[in-house]
Design a protein around this ligand. Structure first.
Ligand code: FAD
Length: 378
């Protein structure tokens, strides 16, 4: 649902200028230094992107899913590391607070997340609990009025600059129903962020482990009912998956642009690469997949706004768009020949960046399980 067509058009125009004038020019430095340049971060804040879908009453943009998908089609043209920093504030942690938080909890956390003063971290995965999140072992035990959290969370995005942690910990028996969600201040004694681990791509958005050592939190750190944590975490996934599908469509369009420019500029055998039928066909295959991802993201975003989206549809969009984005990255790198393989070219960076999108927020294999469940249930 687009609430105000003129406002959406203005937002998209501003996003295009942000991508072209600030984000794309800063990509190479961000990748080389594994740090987001301050000017880029300030610009993301100024555009309100840390609060994309946080309601306006808490200082966010309060976008509908269709408005958010439209915006991500544009913002997806910039390196996905940017998105990993700003969009997670509207993601898992904020969605749990919006769904199950008390008014006091929302007032405590959401304004800081919406303006990007606090960076949200979603702490679910552990060494023995990846795709099988219900196997997590971190614990939260009652202690007087509050709780004591212990455990180790693996590969937490943005952990080195965390301003709030949404921690999933076991408060009951084994399995999904024994897990609860806690909103935790990273300054709480007993929390240690271990040195960030180097990654293949997405440089500029750091991941690190978070260790919880007898970390005491107040009773009101518990968000929602005891035992509801995993259900709450999974409830936000449809939205994230559509967001990623739109991001991937934008990213594919960017990579196609890189390919088009190279195919027109580079001459071999006395003519531009673009005049070789196999190169033109390669670009056509990329364009068809980018268009399909764009249509899926927008159509399903409208369905989510209308309340008719099915989990299998969101999973299908994430599966198709992330796999297609990797195929496009591979083809466009091939089109660049050796130049695409050498460090420093845009496609070399994007090829490394895009790969993780088939792993995070449910791997492609897990998406297939969700899609198959939808097919088999009729
Ligand atoms: C850069 C990065 C950032 C991340 N950020 C966060 C974060 O902020 N917060 C967080 O909590 N986690 C985060 N993660 C963790 C991420 O959610 C997990 O990596 C993901 O859920 C997959 O888990 P795993 O890596 O343990 O793989 P595994 O679950 O061990 O899977 C290994 C392989 O087996 C397949 N597989 C597993 N189970 C099945 C099955 N039932 N059927 C078929 N195939 C199966 C998988 O698809 C995969 O191909 C991040 C990971 C990365 C790499």
């Amino acid at each position: 649902m687009i609430r105000d067509a003129a406002a959406q058009a203005a937002r998209l125009a501003a996003a295009r200028a942000l991508v072209d004038d600030v984000l794309i020019p800063a990509e190479a430095a961000m990748d080389a230094g594994d740090r987001m340049p301050a000017e880029a971060r300030d610009a993301l804040r100024a555009h309100g992107l840390f609060g994309i879908s946080i309601p306006e009453e808490f200082g966010g943009l309060g976008l509908t899913m269709e408005e958010e998908a439209g915006l991500m089609l544009v913002l997806g043209r910039a390196a996905p590391a940017y998105r990993a920093v700003y969009a997670l504030n509207s993601g898992g942690a904020a969605q749990i607070l919006l769904r199950a938080g008390t008014e006091a909890q929302k007032a405590q956390w959401l304004p800081g997340l919406a303006c990007g003063v606090r960076i949200a971290c979603f702490c679910l995965s552990e060494a023995e609990a990846g795709s099988d999140a219900a196997a997590l072992r971190s614990t939260a035990r009652r202690d007087g009025e509050g709780w004591v959290l212990s455990g180790r969370k693996r590969w937490v995005m943005n952990a080195p600059e965390a301003g709030m942690l949404m921690v999933m910990a076991r408060t009951g028996a084994e399995g999904a129903r024994g897990i609860s969600a806690f909103a935790v201040d990273p300054a709480t004694p007993g929390i240690e962020v271990q040195p960030a681990q180097a990654k293949m791509g997405m440089r500029g958005a750091a991941v690190a482990d978070i260790v919880l050592r007898d970390c005491r939190v107040p009773a009101d750190a518990l968000v929602g009912a005891e035992g509801e944590g995993l259900k709450l975490a999974l409830a936000g996934l449809d939205k994230v998956r559509l967001h990623l599908a739109a991001l991937c469509a934008g990213l594919m369009e960017r990579m196609i642009d890189e390919g088009r420019r190279h195919a027109l500029a580079r001459h071999q055998f006395g003519r531009p690469l673009a005049e070789q039928p196999t190169i033109a066909a390669l670009l056509a295959d990329c364009a068809a997949e980018a268009l399909a991802a764009r249509c899926m993201a927008l159509e399903l975003a409208r369905a989510r706004d209308a309340g008719t989206l099915r989990p299998a549809e969101a999973a299908a969009a994430k599966l198709f768009a992330t796999e297609a984005a990797c195929r496009v990255a591979d083809r466009i790198l091939q089109l660049h020949g050796g130049e695409g393989y050498m460090a420093g070219s845009a496609i070399e960076r994007l090829y490394r960046d895009v790969r993780v999108l088939r792993i995070i927020d449910g791997t492609s294999e897990i998406q297939r399980l969700v899609v198959a469940r939808g097919v088999l249930s009729g």
